[in-house]
Design a protein around this ligand. Structure first.
Ligand SMILES: NC(=O)c1ccc[n+]([C@@H]2O[C@H](COP(=O)([O-])OP(=O)(O)OC[C@H]3O[C@@H](n4cnc5c(N)ncnc54)[C@H](O)[C@@H]3O)[C@@H](O)[C@H]2O)c1
Length: 326
């Protein structure tokens, strides 16, 4: 089996590539990534000598390249995206280009070369925001609130259209917030750890009571693997671990693990259009496919914080790149 994985030098994509090569040692992977500011070949260091892994530096909007790769592949799994909400508020255009146009380009190639499965990796953010109660189900209407989530929702709708119109064998996953090793330090957990390591305060948006549902990245990758192999074609699968935490709760856990107290928090003006609460029902994937998270939140967050503390060179190397020193 040959998989074309896009965005495989990013946080979740690199975990997925590693996970697949370990679990299915006979599979081959074409890993295409544009290496934008958050794509990082260091995330793939341990796969350098793996002959089943081929990295290609390229863009999912490049029609010719995508056709060449699709022609050789059995399945496409699309992780490549602009993924940071704050950036989408400042500069939405690139989100539309990569997340929508790029996905369309992949779908066209998938159709032309009669790909066996096309799996679109999406997010619970496409559903919008919740009040105090309730969950996002696969049947919840899409109501994205940020340019990022709107671009992901747009891509999901095109994926749906390719299934309905052309009978392309598509699958669509929508996962809650991920945490774990190799996450670019612009996202809450690695960002806060990197600031605390430099003795700086951590900026908490608004009152800090926005709720996110957290899942360990390896559990997300295992869920995608299951959907790819056993999911029903044309279906959407929500992925989440029922770990709802406020941003303040996450912040306090990090402070505690790093021997700091609430004095290291600075409250900052809330993000524009900040969704209040996300919580996702995982009934469908657990009942249909038997997926279950393998680690509890308490275990996962401990593993994660320890990984960043043990891999400070990884953070430093990114900070050097950011500062233009490399
Ligand atoms: N991080 C989360 O909590 C989360 C939750 C649910 C879903 N997702 C989805 O999972 C996917 C991966 O997210 P992530 O957190 O790993 O993001 P990330 O930003 O760490 O990785 C994205 C990768 O895509 C690459 N990329 C960007 N534009 C590209 C292009 N035009 N062509 C080729 N490669 C390109 C980047 O270089 C990077 O390596 C995204 O589609 C995201 O929407 C993320």
């Amino acid at each position: 089996m040959i998989l074309l994985v896009t965005g495989g030098a990013g946080f979740i994509g690199s975990c997925f590539v590693r996970h697949i090569l370990k679990k299915h040692p006979d599979y081959k992977i074409f890993n295409i990534d544009a290496l934008t500011y958050c794509g990082n070949l260091e995330n793939l260091n341990d796969l350098r000598n793996n002959s089943n892994h081929k990295f290609i530096h390229g863009n999912i909007c490049d029609k010719k390249l995508i056709k060449e790769l699709a022609a050789e592949s059995d399945c496409i799994i699309n992780f490549a995206a602009e993924s940071h909400v704050d950036n989408s508020i400042k500069n939405p255009e690139i989100f539309i280009e990569t997340n929508i146009q790029g996905t369309l380009n992949l779908l066209q190639a998938a159709k032309e070369f009669k790909i066996d499965r096309f799996l679109q990796v999406s997010t619970d953010e496409v559903y919008g925001t919740l009040g105090k109660n309730g969950y996002f189900y696969e049947t919840t209407p899409l109501a994205p609130n940020s340019p990022y989530s709107a671009s992901k929702a747009g891509a999901d709708m095109i994926v749906r259209a390719y299934y309905e119109t052309y009978k392309l064998p598509t699958l669509n996953t929508r996962c809650s917030n991920n945490y774990g090793p190799y996450q670019y330090p612009e996202k809450l957990i690695p960002f806060f750890i990197s600031l605390l390591l430099k003795g700086e305060k951590v900026p908490v948006y608004g009152d800090g009571l926005n709720v996110r549902d957290w899942l360990y990245v390896y559990d997300h990758c295992e869920a995608i693997d299951m959907v790819l192999h056993k999911g029903r074609i044309g279906e959407v699968y929500n992925i989440g671990g029922h770990n709802e935490k406020t941003n303040l709760e996450i912040t306090k856990l990090i402070l505690e693990a790093m021997g700091k107290d609430a004095g290291s928090i600075k409250y900052v003006e809330d993000r524009l259009g900040h969704d209040r609460r996300y919580a996702i029902s995982n009934d469908k994937i657990t009942n249909e496919l038997g997926w279950r998270p393998s680690v509890t939140f308490e275990e996962g967050i401990k593993l994660t914080i320890n990984w960043y503390l043990d891999n400070q060179d990884w953070i430093k190397s990114i900070e050097k790149k950011k500062a233009g020193l490399k």
